[in-house]
Ligand binder design. Structure first.
Ligand SMILES: Nc1ncnc2c1ncn2[C@@H]1O[C@H](COP(=O)(O)OP(=O)(O)OP(=O)(O)O)[C@@H](O)[C@H]1O
Length: 282
């Protein structure tokens, strides 16, 4: 008989999926290219398993830098990033990423792009094809399996990129303004699709956006970053709107409007400060 001796941790001891602990990031300092600039300072934030957290802030405040630190693409110059309680010292292999500009390979079909990560992992070909078919169906692109990226609309290419990430079943999803290039209707569709996929699997999501409406509509929590330099959180808001949500409909609810006003109250000052500082730097 197998001796099952699992130790279940009390809820308060379960480490967050992602935790940034008093991190800072200084560009330059002699060993990197670019100007000497303290982008992030003294920033702590965490995302629990299954939680959807958005970060908003003025343009250029350090949102992408924060995400790159969580992805392990940059190493903090102060503090540390932890992934499920373990210090991150290289690429965050528990995370999947989706950036503003999706990077589909133009010479591969939608299906071949989707299974790319499985191929790198050495998954057998039959399983690659099976999983690609499943994910093509999940993102509504079965009929476009053999199309190349240039034959797809912007929204379709985003769906391929989403499937490309989700096929690897990451525990943490990192997204940097993934839908900002889309027209507003396609954007609502994609946001709803993202929520449906997230609600089915409940991964930890860290979502970067400059769009406050999008942040509120999608998230459990919204964190506001200050204007740089030395950007850091200046506000944190729980979004207790009911789920499942339709991102377009939820915007008209009084509770949404009240949350928007409260968050904008904090964000507005940072946006003004950020704008003035950018003019001075320019
Ligand atoms: N290599 C670099 N060297 C020096 N400064 C940099 C470098 N890369 C970025 N920065 C600065 O760091 C700050 C944060 O950049 P980041 O791209 O993280 O901001 P952001 O909030 O994502 O911007 P946006 O809203 O425009 O996408 C910016 O002021 C930028 O000018």
């Amino acid at each position: 008989m197998t001796n099952i001796n699992k130790r279940y941790l009390p809820v308060e001891e379960i480490p967050p999926a992602l935790s940034l602990k008093q991190i800072g990031y200084h560009f330059g300092g002699g060993h990197q290219q670019g100007a000497d600039y303290l982008a992030i300072a003294d920033t702590s934030l965490s995302v629990a398993g299954g939680e959807f957290v958005s970060v908003v802030g003025p343009t250029g405040c350090g949102k992408s830098t924060l995400l790159n630190l969580a992805a392990g693409l940059l190493m903090p110059t102060a503090g540390e990033v932890q992934v499920f309680g373990q210090r991150l010292s290289g690429l965050n292999t528990r995370a999947g990423y989706m950036f503003q500009n999706e990077v589909l390979l133009p010479w591969r079909t939608a299906s071949e792009n989707i299974l790319l990560g499985l191929q790198y992992r050495g998954v057998d070909k039959q399983s690659q094809r099976q999983q690609a078919r499943y994910w093509l169906a999940r993102v509504g692109l079965t009929a476009f399996a053999d199309c190349y990226p240039h034959q797809l609309s912007g929204g379709m290419r985003k769906r391929v990129a989403l499937a490309q990430m989700l096929i690897l079943d990451p525990d943490i999803i990192l997204m940097d303004e993934p839908f900002s290039s889309l027209d507003i209707q396609t954007r609502y569709l994609m946001e709803n699709e993202l929520l449906a996929l997230w609600e089915a699997k409940k991964k930890a999501v860290l979502f970067i956006t400059h769009d406050l409406d999008e942040a509120i509509a999608l998230s459990d929590r919204v964190i506001v970053l200050s204007a740089g330099p030395a950007s850091h959180p200046v506000g944190e808001f729980s979004i207790n709107l009911p789920r499942p949500r339709d991102v377009n409909e939820i915007r008209h609810q009084p509770q949404f409007i009240a949350l928007h006003a409260a968050i904008w109250d904090v964000l507005r000052n940072e946006v003004l400060t950020g704008y003035q500082q950018q003019q001075q730097r320019g």
